[in-house]
Design a protein. Structure first.
Length: 264
């Protein structure tokens, strides 16, 4: 929301500090569904219809997965806390056992090597317990990271699938032929534009997994998805322009070819 203020005859525009510029999952889902309807109307028998329907479903599932990932996993947290308590109790038992049988009984070490061996064993035990506690504390984050990377991998694979569907659309098919009566295949360049829109939707879905997740690997995987989608979008736009220009050239030469055929 913009706040407009007039100060000494000048108009100032100030942004509302409470406004948050964030992706709206509902708008992304709506965009994917609208895209599926448009493709179904334009190319009812093409493979792209099924892909856009799958993309709309992926958008809905991605929103649900992202919401679930931001919620605490009570089962994992409860198990981790229980295991942490058991580790602390075990450590307390060991310390109490040492105090009872070693200090209270006034046991002495035979030589300096026995003292070092006991200190080394105690240090290794503390390091092992610290590692166990760290494993239990971070297990939820690691589980969520693994799930997020798997879901982002699905988006990455879907980008490759979209790229495969348009491989038949190559500018080599649209070069002008030497013979005026030759027939060439004509394709609608909007097919590639629809593919670009699908890639744009996927590029907006991937960042949803980074909300509440500060893991560096998740951010890198999301960046890879966005960069790959942008790279393919640029290539597809160039191909769509080549097809559009070739079709426009054919449309310009069609009346001349018809005139020559009528007067030959």
């Amino acid at each position: 929301m913009l706040i407009i203020m007039t100060i000494t005859g000048r108009t100032c525009i100030k942004m509302n500090p409470k406004q948050q510029h964030r992706l709206d999952p509902e708008k992304i889902i709506q965009t994917a569904e609208n895209l599926a309807h448009r493709v179904s109307d334009k190319f009812p028998e093409s493979t792209l219809v099924g892909l856009t329907a799958d993309l709309a479903e992926i958008a809905r599932v991605t929103d649900e997965r992202a919401r679930r990932a931001r919620k605490p996993n009570r089962i994992i947290r409860g198990a981790g806390r229980l295991a942490s308590i058991l580790c602390v109790l075990g450590l307390w038992y060991i310390v109490d056992h040492i105090q009872t049988h070693l200090l209270n009984d006034h046991l002495e070490f035979g030589n300096i090597s026995d003292l070092f061996e006991a200190a080394d064993a105690g240090f290794n035990m503390l390091v092992g317990l610290a590692g166990i506690l760290w494993f239990l504390v971070t297990i939820e984050a690691r589980v969520k990271r693994k799930q997020a990377l798997a879901h982002i991998g699905e988006l990455l694979e879907f980008i490759q699938l979209i790229d495969v569907t348009q491989l038949y659309y190559t500018p080599e098919l649209y070069k002008s032929s030497a013979s005026p009566d030759s027939t060439r295949l004509r394709f609608d360049h909007t097919y590639l534009l629809f593919c670009n829109e699908m890639l744009g939707v996927i590029g907006n879905l991937a960042p949803l997994y980074t909300r509440g997740n500060m893991d560096d690997s998740v951010w890198r995987a999301t960046s890879d998805v966005v960069m790959l989608a942008n790279a393919i979008q640029g290539r597809l736009f160039a191909k769509s322009e080549a097809i559009r220009l070739a079709n426009d050239a054919d449309a310009c030469w069609a009346p001349i070819d018809a005139f020559k055929k009528d007067h030959s």
